[in-house]
Ligand binder design. Structure first.
Ligand SMILES: [Zn+2]
Length: 63
């Protein structure tokens, strides 16, 4: 996973952190990142609602 500049963590849902960052076009993107070791799941969303939904439905293989 590439390092994210200016990543601001907003909330945590289970093992998943949701934060915002700017993409290369200067738009705010909402990123959901699983903090569990060896999971490595992360995804970008255009809305915080979508990121929260993905965080809640993320099924982490690492328990
Ligand atoms: Zn996970």
């Amino acid at each position: 996973m590439p390092a994210r500049d200016h990543f601001h963590s907003l909330m945590q849902i289970g093992p998943v952190q949701i934060g915002t960052h700017r993409d290369r076009h200067g738009q705010t993107e909402h990123a959901a990142v699983c903090t569990a070791d060896r999971c490595g799941w992360s995804s970008d969303f255009t809305s915080q609602t979508a990121a929260q939904l993905a965080a809640r439905t993320h099924r982490c293989k690492i328990r």
